[in-house]
Design a protein around this ligand. Structure first.
Ligand code: UDP
Ligand code: MG
Length: 309
């Protein structure tokens, strides 16, 4: 019988969350009376999560294990979930139970109304540090401002997508991925459902500041040229300043005014412009490095074990 619902969870060292995740997903999905599967993508765990996933799959046919050869990152694990999910509707959900499985029926209800992407909006967050809350909030707002795709704010990867949408996403092979941006980019009928983001059931966050920064870079470079255009704006501004400054300095010299005589002025302006140029060289490098990685065309992820069908 064809699968109606696929629940996809990326897992990186979440051993203590797996049994609870499975139990709660099973209870919620059993109540739908539709065929479902739980795709657990093991993103190179080293804490025994892999064995826990294998054991669950042995015990219950609903569990579909996809095991990576190493850690490829959350976004890539989500991608593998899209690839291996067979359902008519695919739900992406964190494995730490911050996204409560009990919200899935609300997402399904909207899908049944005809929406093709139903994303869960964080109305409240529990059990997270003020630093995480502020940086997350800043992240969403900066990305919203800079990128060309209007990615809904306070929305993570927790969402339900119709098969049509998943098939389009599967055809997008970019290496530096920002799944929630990609799913906003494709269009279709989209709607948000508010929910309370719970505290982690067990363990600590697998998203240190460095990973959040990387994600922000993926989001910005993947969906905007703004950092590159900034160099152009800066160039016009400093060239404009120079054009105004030239006659001013000449006139001051002619009338014997003593301004702009010292080396300090020269030194500061050389250092300043040199710095600005190096920064934009770095920005350019960021884009070129990404182009290089894209043209290499390496596989996005490598699986050690995955279902054949
Ligand atoms: N995760 C992953 N690979 C990674 C980091 C995280 O698959 O390299 C998974 C993790 O197991 C969890 C989800 O991504 O299911 C979200 O991670 P986390 O809860 O640590 O992020 P936070 O909620 O703190 O932003
Ligand atoms: Mg989490």
């Amino acid at each position: 019988m064809p699968i109606t619902y696929s629940i996809v969870s990326p897992i990186f060292n979440e051993k203590d969350n797996i049994p609870e995740l499975y139990r709660r997903v099973r209870d919620v999905m059993a109540a739908t009376n539709q065929p479902w599967e739980l795709v657990l993508v093991d993103d190179g765990s080293t804490d025994g999560s892999t064995d826990a996933i294998r054991a669950l799959a042995q015990q219950d046919q609903h569990v579909r294990p996809v095991i990576f050869a190493r850690n490829f990152g959350h976004q890539v694990a989500i991608t593998a979930g899209w690839d291996y999910a067979r359902g008519n509707a695919v739900v992406i959900m964190d494995a730490d139970l911050q996204d409560p499985p009990e919200v899935i029926p609300d997402l399904i209800a909207r899908w049944r109304e005809g929406y093709e992407v139903v994303y869960a909006v964080r109305a409240e967050r529990e059990g997270e540090s003020w630093f995480k809350k502020i940086s997350a909030s800043l992240f969403y707002r900066i990305v919203y401002r800079i990128t060309d795709v209007k990615i809904p704010v306070d929305t993570g990867d927790f969402r339900l997508m119709d098969r049509k949408v998943v098939d389009v996403l599967k055809s997008m092979h970019e290496k530096y991925r920002f799944p929630r941006g990609m799913s906003a980019w494709v269009g279709f009928r989209q709607i948000g459902v508010p929910y309370r983001r719970a505290a982690r059931f067990s363990g600590v966050t697998k998203y240190p500041f460095s990973k959040m920064l990387k994600l922000a870079l993926n989001a910005i470079t993947g969906f905007s040229y703004f950092p590159l255009q900034l160099a152009t704006y800066f160039g016009f501004a400093s060239a404009g300043l120079a054009i105004v400054a030239i006659p001013v300095v000449i006139i001051m010299r002619l009338i014997g005014h003593g301004a702009f005589l010292g080396q300090a002025t020269t030194l500061i302006s050389v250092l300043f412009l040199g710095g600005v140029q190096l920064i934009f060289l770095g920005v350019l490098g960021e884009y070129i490095g990404r182009i290089y990685d894209e043209v290499k065309g390496r596989p996005l992820y490598i699986v050690r074990e995955a279902p054949k069908d």
